[in-house]
Ligand binder design. Structure first.
Ligand SMILES: Cc1ncc(COP(=O)(O)O)c(C=O)c1O
Length: 374
């Protein structure tokens, strides 16, 4: 088997009623973006092949968001396919990709799946999942062709400081000019309430690639629309050829809906950010209420965070009991092991459920925890 198996697949295939495991905001209903001209356009849509680089109007809208030239953007099947194209087009067999751990599992597993050498840079809970530049440069070699960093990070919701990314990319240009720096910005626009939006890293330096999508911040993961940006026109050209040879094009229906989603994004963001801010408030209170047993690093964006069971109060048998009882109570939990952490951690998504449901779920978790340690 090329890809290691990972139980995160259960998020797609076995959905429990109280879903605390999802990383997205609420899923969007088509009626939230429906209007007369959308309806008319949909009726008249020709179901032809799309183009290899992706719909022109869609790239124009994304280019405007990122303040970059639309010709430097390729539409992908989610951010996930942006990763696929970036790795495929920057690395040869025997070469290396570095990424961070914990991380979204497919990002780590794709490196091996494509047959490249994987190097993982461990980020720690104790260091608030912050990246140390020196640790990164200790593991880079002449064979490293791609470094993928994530901000905001899944599963932690922590972010990387802009000055740090700028220093890393400048240093790479001098010491490793053949190595690209990819930033996964999939959660960038998923901020809380009225918090300022995080600025994209697109265009910051010419060795930077960014990938993102409409999956998380817009709540449309089922559309499977994302994008890859690079200043390197040759890379964009090669990615377009690789896309044509694998997917041929994106679905024109998906692209048509994606255009409408972006046109209506101000409204979409507003409701989702208010919802995530409320979810965060409840989560904060819940962490405080259970602070004898758990701890966390408060997230900066993304409607997700990592919860740690304290060693002083939870032994490994109790951890197993926690996962078992959560499942028996209909609560879906994202085990830290999925992301390269231990099962002492779990990812808590506070943006997916209705607030009432989140409250019920967190209260149930408190009862489960009290029962185990009580
Ligand atoms: C950090 C991160 N990047 C990328 C993805 C892939 O998202 P998509 O392919 O739906 O855009 C995910 C999905 O969970 C993610 O968490």
């Amino acid at each position: 088997m090329k890809f290691p198996s990972n139980d995160i697949i259960s998020l797609l295939d076995e959905r429990l009623e109280l879903n605390l495991a999802e990383s997205t905001n609420k899923d969007l209903l088509l009626e939230e973006i429906w209007d007369e001209s959308f309806s008319e356009g949909l009726k008249k849509l020709t179901l032809e092949y799309g183009t290899s680089q992706g719909n022109d109007e869609l790239r124009e809208l994304i280019g405007k968001k990122l303040q970059v030239d639309k010709n430097k953007i390729i539409i992908t099947n989610g951010a996930a396919f942006g990763f696929f194209l970036s790795m495929l087009c920057t690395c040869e067999l025997g070469e290396e990709v570095i990424t961070v751990q914990p991380n979204f599992p497919p990002t780590m597993d794709l490196i091996e799946g494509l047959g490249f050498q994987k190097k993982l840079l461990k980020l720690s809970f104790e260091n608030a999942y912050q990246l140390e530049e020196e640790d990164l440069f200790k593991i880079i070699s002449e064979k490293t062709k791609l470094i993928t960093l994530v901000s905001p990070l899944n599963p932690t919701g922590t972010i990387i400081n802009r000055a740090k990314i700028e220093r890393i990319s400048n240093r790479l240009k001098i010491e490793y000019p053949k190595c690209k720096l990819l930033i996964d910005e999939t959660y960038r626009e998923a901020t809380f309430g009225n918090n300022k939006e995080i600025t994209t890293f697109s265009g910051l330096n010419n060795n930077i690639i960014t990938v993102s999508s409409l999956s998380k911040c817009h709540g449309t993961p089922g559309l499977r629309i994302g994008w890859l940006y690079s200043d390197d026109v040759q890379l964009i050209k090669e990615a377009g050829i690789a896309k044509m040879n694998t997917l041929i094009s994106n679905s024109v229906l998906d692209e048509f809906v994606a255009i409408q989603v972006i046109k209506k994004e101000a409204k979409i963001f507003k409701t989702r950010r208010i919802h995530a801010a409320k979810g965060l408030e409840f989560t904060k209170k819940w962490v405080k209420q259970n602070e004898k047993f758990i701890s966390w690093n408060e997230p900066k964006a993304g409607a997700l965070c990592c919860i740690k069971f304290k060693e002083s109060t939870f032994n490994s048998e109790q951890l197993n009991t926690f996962y078992k009882l959560a499942k028996e109570n209909g609560i879906q939990i994202a085990n830290g092991e999925w992301f390269g952490e231990s099962n002492r951690f779990f990812r808590l998504g506070f943006g997916y459920m209705k607030i009432e449901q989140l409250k019920i779920t967190l209260d149930k978790l408190t009862r489960i925890i009290t029962k185990i340690v009580g």
